[in-house]
Write a protein that binds this ligand. Structure first.
Ligand code: NAG
Length: 323
């Protein structure tokens, strides 16, 4: 088990719970009567525009940060900060926009702010290059090069910001918003338990749902076009020839193309498939030829430490233990 990956995950989980607390605090304590009156008035108009600026959640941005709420975030360098990253996360059916409100950095002096369409951890990316519609270089947008692009929108429920600032006192402010995504493809689960249905409707693409915790996963249902029993004739395991299939992958990186296969599902199927997997990252990936409407439904819950211990004792090698 890679320690740093683990530590990063703990940080993310910790930050997420802290941020949820923050959001409640704002709701309970920081909205005045006047603000509420504004909200009611907006409701009467039956058209809810962007969050009115007087209601927006604001706080400072840290050099290493995790943000799961909408709001306005300001980074101010109190000393040179050369390796900073902020991770943004939304619900599975949302995408994230990052808007620059104010930027005072020294582009020519080597400062930068870069938005990445996805997450990068230890140099590995989610979604993997294989599963993202854009080529890798288009997923990085640098503030200093992009000039007029003030707002960037992610392709999935995660995005991040890298920044480097040399001069004390330099600062920038970004507004983070969430937008409904009617057809989510790649997703990082925002919690260690839940359920999800992935649908790829008549599109030639591959989608991954990534769970960055060891979990018990139960695939309750899936259908892959009209082909029943596509794989029945196959003698070797795996579904790679089937065109349309679902694979369950596991490992200790967020790049799904570097994970190892745990099981493949490639015939239409109804009934439970349940498994405990002791990996740091577990991915349900659907490969779709575009000829059918493909669907898979599953639910998952966090393994407790005793379950993890039992899995590890029973497994022969170090690769994530399964049962
Ligand atoms: C989807 O994944 C399969 C197998 O992993 C690959 O052969 C195919 O090129 C991918 N399709 C797209 C559109 O990326």
């Amino acid at each position: 088990m890679e320690r740093t990956f683990r530590e990063q995950l703990f940080l993310l989980v910790l930050c997420l719970s802290v941020l949820k607390g923050d959001a409640r605090y704002v709701e309970n304590n920081e909205i005045s009567q006047d603000d509420l009156y504004t909200v009611f008035n907006l409701d009467l108009k039956r058209e809810m525009p962007d969050i009115p600026t007087e209601l927006i959640y604001r706080r400072s941005l840290r050099c290493l940060d995790m943000i799961a709420v909408e709001g306005q975030f300001t980074f101010t360098a109190e000393r040179p900060q050369l390796n900073c990253a902020a991770f943004f996360m939304a619900e599975p059916n949302e995408v994230i926009s990052v808007e620059y409100d104010h930027v005072d950095i020294d582009c020519s002096g080597g400062d930068f702010i870069t938005v990445f369409d996805g997450w990068v951890m230890k140099g590995e990316k989610f979604p993997s290059s294989l599963d993202h519609a854009l080529p890798l270089f288009e997923r990085y947008v640098d503030y200093c090069d992009s000039g007029s692009r003030k707002t960037l929108r992610s392709s999935q429920n995660v995005a991040m910001l890298f920044f480097r600032i040399h001069n004390t006192g330099s600062s920038f402010t970004v507004t983070i918003r969430k937008h409904i995504n009617p057809f989510p493809c790649n997703v990082i689960s925002h919690s260690p338990e839940g359920s999800y249905t992935m649908v790829i409707p008549l599109q030639q693409k591959n989608c991954s749902f990534s769970i960055i915790y060891p979990v018990e996963i139960k695939i309750s249902e899936f259908s892959l076009g009209p082909y029943l029993f596509v794989c029945e004739q196959r003698t070797s395991p795996g579904c790679a020839d089937a065109g349309d299939f679902v694979e369950l992958l596991g490992g200790n990186t967020i790049d799904s193309s570097k994970l190892l296969p745990i099981t493949d599902l490639c015939m239409s199927f109804t009934g439970p498939t349940q498994m405990k997997i002791g990996c740091e990252n577990i991915v349900v990936r659907m490969v779709s030829s575009g000829r059918f409407i493909n669907r898979v439904s599953f639910s998952y819950r966090l393994l407790n430490s005793q379950e993890l211990q039992i899995l590890k004792l029973n497994s022969i090698d170090d690769f994530c233990s399964t049962k």
